[in-house]
Design a protein around this ligand. Structure first.
Ligand code: GTP
Ligand code: MG
Length: 298
């Protein structure tokens, strides 16, 4: 006991006497503690760190950045802060803005914040955006819970047909990634479902297809892509039996084996798909309905 006391005394004398090692150790502890605490807390509870997020997808030129800018401008009176600006390569890096849904007196909810994430639509730059949808998304992106996906399409470009195959191909990859995400959760904790808004943009242009036609054209093209891709699988030597028994059409979108594709088939995987028309510029229907759709799902 006496020895312990002596030891304690010596220790206290040492750390209370100003000296270089004591100062250094103290300094390191003081600096590291908040950082450590940050990682412990932030690594645990995704809701604690950042508000839920909404991902903007769609081919190049569909109007994603235009929509982000519009929402940010409309929101600026409430509260809006630019989170990431990538000054070196703005056109390639995704931008994120924080937006606020004002409190609604009718149902008494407080203002809700969410992040709107813009992504580049160029075919070569899509993989990062799609990776955010995978069940194994990096912990960095998992910090903010993805609540919905807004897939923008250029309804005017779809009218002349050329843009349809490429737009539908991107949508196919998006929906398939979400479908796989739901499938991967089977058995373990079910992942939360992520609804998709197909936003038919540029309806201010008189050449643009109305939303109903955008929907039916996309459904038809998605069905065609599905057929071609499954044929590719069959040609590569995987028999129809193997497909049905084994992977059950791993790359098959929607109801397995069905003749025609429709967005309703995604409900089987708990994925709601809505097609709504609008515009971000010009004298069109505006983006009000899209904002409402997003707000209802935050
Ligand atoms: N007429 C019309 N033009 C629009 C509308 N929305 C966007 N545009 C135009 O479409 C062009 C492309 O818009 P962006 O927002 O840059 O497209 P994006 O989807 O961000 O494209 P990437 O960044 O390349 O993926 C711009 O010239 C916009 O002004 C709209 O509602 N109506
Ligand atoms: Mg853009």
């Amino acid at each position: 006991m006496a020895f312990d006391l002596e030891g304690l005394k010596a220790f206290l004398t040492y750390i209370l006497t100003p000296s270089a090692p004591v100062f250094t150790a103290g300094f390191i502890i003081v600096c590291l503690f908040p950082i450590l605490l940050h990682f412990i807390l932030h690594g645990r509870d995704p809701k604690f760190i950042s508000p839920p997020s909404v991902l903007l997808l769609g081919p190049s030129g569909a109007g994603k950045t235009a929509l982000l800018t519009l929402f940010e401008r409309n929101n600026s009176t409430i509260s809006s802060e630019k989170l990431t600006t990538a000054p070196t390569h703005t056109s390639q890096a995704p931008g994120t803005v924080s937006l606020t849904i004002p409190s609604d007196p009718s149902d008494n909810h407080p203002p809700k914040k969410f992040l709107l994430i813009d992504t580049p639509g160029h075919a070569k730059l899509r993989s990062h955006a799609l990776s955010l949808l995978s069940p194994t998304a990096s912990p960095e992106s998992a910090r903010s819970k993805l609540t919905s996906v807004v897939f923008l399409v250029d309804a005017a470009a779809l009218a002349d047909g050329d843009a349809l195959p490429s737009t539908a191909a991107y949508l196919y990859d998006t929906l398939l990634a979400l479908q796989k995400r739901m499938g991967a959760g089977r058995g373990s904790k079910a992942p939360s479902s992520i609804p998709v808004l197909v936003a038919a943009n540029k309806l201010d242009l008189f050449t643009a297809l109305p939303a109903a036609l955008v929907k039916s054209n996309l459904e038809a093209e998605l069905g065609r892509i599905r057929k071609t891709r499954s044929k590719g699988l069959l040609d590569s030597g995987v028999g129809a039996d193997d497909l049905a028994a084994g992977e059950e059409g791993d790359d098959w979108l929607g109801e397995y084996g069905s003749e025609k594709f429709s967005f309703k088939q995604m409900l089987e995987f708990d994925i709601e798909v809505d097609v709504i028309g609008g515009s971000t510029t010009g004298d069109g229907p505006g983006a009000e309905k899209w904002w409402k759709w997003i707000a209802e799902r935050i």
